[in-house]
Each structure stands twice: as C-alpha cells, then as structure tokens.
Design a protein around this ligand. Structure first.
Ligand code: PMP
Length: 370
C-alpha cells in the first residue's frame, strides 16, 4: 500500500492553510507584534516573584480550576476602567485572548457553522475559526477600498445575508487601528437572533477619549461577548492572560470546551500580581499613545498615508513596494509588520527611541520608497 501524504490526511478545511507566522527575529527595534516595548516595572517584578514563590510549593496540586481569585481581580479591573461592575460569574479567562476566542468558537462555531469577520482584521480570527471546523466568511469592512471604518449598514447587510453563528468585531481593529462605536455593535447584534457577537477589544486601553467599551452593552444581551487581553496595554504578553466578559450562561458554556485546569497556578499567580499593580502596569499607555500619534504625524509629513489609530500601532500606506520597504527597514535593524495589504505596513508604537529609529529610516527611504 502506498502512503498518502500527510497533507491529504488533514481535515479538508486545514489543507493548504498557513499558520500564524509573525517573524520572531532578534533585532534592536522590534515593532511587529504590538507588544509593549517597556519592561515590567521592578516593583511589580518583586510582587510577581513573591506570588510565584508562594505558588511554587503547591505545584504538586492542580490549580484552582475556576480561577476564582483571578476572575474577581479581573472583574475589579473592568469595573475600574469601564464603570461596569460584573459578578465573577460573568468573567472568563484563558491563556491569552487567542485561547479565549478559541473557547468561544469551539462552543458556538464548529462543523456546519460559519463565522463572519470584516476584513482587513486580525489574522487569527479565521485561523481560530477554521481550527474549530467553522467555515470562515471574509466580510467587507467598507464599500470603498482603503476606508477602514466599519460601515454599519454593510455589516448588518452581511450578517443578514450570511446568517453566521459567530460574528467578529475587532475594535480598535487590528491592523487598521480604527475603532467601532457601540451603536454599530448594537446594530450587528440586533441584525441576528442567533449569532454570538464577539467584540475583540485587545487594544481598547489605547483608544482616544470618547470610545466606550462594549462591556457597557452586556446587560440584556446574552449573545454578546467582549474579549480582552493583558498582552498589550498591560505589558504582559509573555504571561499569556486573556479574559472575556459576557452573560453568566455564556461563561458557563466555556466550561464545556476548556481543558481542565487550563490556567496554571503560575499563570494565575503572575496575573494576580500584575492586577494588584494595574496602575503601574498601565503606566506607559499615555506615552505609547503619544508615540503612535507622532508616527501618524511624521508619516503624513513624509507623504505616506497613515490611518489615525486608536491602538498601539499605525497602519501606514503609500509604499511603492511594501515588501521592499519591509526588507530595507529590517536591514536597518527595524522589524515592522507586513500585514498582507498592498502598499501598507503596520508599525507598533514603542519607546521614543524606537519611534525615532523607524521615522529616521522612513525619512531616509521616503524618496525612493513612496
Ligand atoms: N486580538 C487581537 C485583535 C490581537 O491583535 C491579538 C494579538 N495580536 C490578540 C487578540 C491575541 O492576543 P493574546 O492572545 O496575546 O491575548
């Protein structure tokens, strides 16, 4: 018997697909994955070590499967930043918001069902959906190319047309940085009586004043879920902690798909330590927003076309050949992200020194790369 190729044995929806692949290169200026460029403050490091030390002796036992203390700390944090106080039964957490999203799609997507997103958006939404056997539908963000605000009428029209089981709304949106107002989320929710509507707020702490969290909409909307992360504004990407807020029934459904004890004792300990110091952890957010706005202003002056952003990155357009510019920047030790949109690159806002480096390089390159 001849062996079949392993590729042909894959589930059909995975055949020919590419994995998530942001390059992890050791470069002086890494501005490609929207992490915080600022290290965890020393005082918080000390608290983390203390918490982990306490947890270490108990590592012979499984962790608290319900991560009760962590959910309480997350509920407290959400109340502080959104003004909405939720009981811990309305909070769920996992290893990064990627796993949170994966739990949601495992529970509400799956074979024979579809998930709809509005592209360009976060590349993991389709990958997570397909991974759970869900058919992905690449919806449109706007009728006009190069416009990245989510068009409410178009979104509603597509929800009605496709009748998905899951709808992804990313705000502020990766990779465009554009935010979606709550009335658009409400319109999408009202356009269906059976789809779970995921609002991915991974970057919400960077939004400009006037952007309300969709957490404010949760009351009376059992199919609405808001996912968030400690990876971005919280400067805690390495800890892998994401969470969601939704109705209690929704959170209960997550228990059907999570693996038991998915959040290790160490993860719970480090997250609790960071949440004890939320203000310090978020201390660089304003500085990062300043760098973001500087990238927008200078790129505009250089004749590129950046999209004003509510996140910690900027999508910059106007490159004659984005692949060539990406390489030219890398040759100068600067790693940015090619998000697969022609003539565009995405640049994370980091420290002033990093902004100086990327803007100096773009100034240098502008005459030949525009
Ligand atoms: N959502 C969006 C929109 C993102 O950009 C990211 C990270 N790039 C995530 C979710 C996942 O982040 P994490 O798993 O680190 O929480």
């Amino acid at each position: 018997m001849s062996e079949q190729s392993l590729e042909s044995l894959l589930r059909p929806e995975l055949q020919g697909q590419s994995p998530y692949g942001a390059p992890q290169l050791d470069v002086p200026v890494a501005l490609n994955t929207n992490e915080s460029s600022y290290d965890v403050p020393e005082s918080v490091v000390a608290s983390i070590v203390e918490r982990v030390e306490k947890a270490a002796g108990g590592l012979n036992r499984y962790p608290d499967r319900e991560f009760t203390e962590l959910r309480a700390a997350l509920a407290e944090y959400l109340a502080r930043v959104t003004g909405v106080r939720l009981p811990i039964e309305q909070i769920w957490a996992a290893n990064g918001s990627n796993e949170v999203l994966s739990h949601i799609v495992q529970a509400f997507g799956g074979p024979g069902r579809t998930a709809l997103g509005f592209t360009p958006s976060y590349s993991m939404h389709p990958i997570i959906s397909r991974g759970a056997g869900t058919t992905w539908i690449d919806g449109l963000r706007d009728r006009h190319e190069g416009v990245y605000d989510l068009d409410a009428d178009l979104a509603v029209e597509q929800v009605r047309e496709h009748q998905p089981s899951v709808v992804f709304v990313c705000t502020p949106n990766n990779p465009t940085g554009t935010a979606v107002t709550n009335d658009v989320v409400e319109a999408i929710y009202d356009a269906t009586d059976h789809a779970v509507v995921i609002v991915d707020e991974a970057y919400v702490e960077f939004a400009r004043p006037g952007t309300a969290s969709a957490v404010e909409l949760l009351d009376g909307r059992p199919r609405l879920v808001v996912s968030r992360t400690m990876s971005k504004a919280f400067a805690f990407a390495g800890a892998r902690v994401g969470y969601l807020a939704a109705s209690q029934e929704f959170c209960d459904a997550m228990r059907l798909v999570r693996l038991p004890y998915h959040l290790s004792s160490v993860t719970q300990a480090v997250a609790l330590a960071a949440l004890d110091h939320a203000e310090e952890m978020l201390g660089m957010v304003d500085a990062i927003k300043h760098e973001r706005d500087r990238i927008v202003a200078t790129c505009t002056e250089l004749g590129f076309t950046p999209t004003p952003s509510d996140a910690n990155f900027v999508l910059v357009g106007g490159f004659a050949d984005e692949k060539q510019t990406w390489q030219a920047l890398l040759d100068r030790g600067i790693l940015v992200r090619d998000v697969g949109i022609s003539h565009h690159l995405r640049i994370t806002a980091g420290t002033p020194r990093e902004t100086d480096a990327v803007l100096a390089a773009l100034t240098d390159l502008a005459p030949t790369h525009k």
